[in-house]
Design a binder for this molecule. Sequence first.
Ligand SMILES: [Zn+2]
Length: 62
Amino acid sequence: MKACTQCRLIVNEASECPNCHSQTLTEKFMGTLVVVDPEKSEIGKKLEIKVPGRYAIKLQQK
Ligand SMILES: [Zn+2]
């Protein structure tokens, strides 16, 4: 399981993020967040999530 470093989407067995098409994925992330309705989710707004899905809460920066 990896997280996109651009939009934080969690992806399984993919080399590219299906959301933003970034190829920079990291295994180093902490916590996951499921956003069902980004428009109504306070944390979704805070993390600037616009598409429903599962996201990493925190990415470990190098
Ligand atoms: Zn992405």
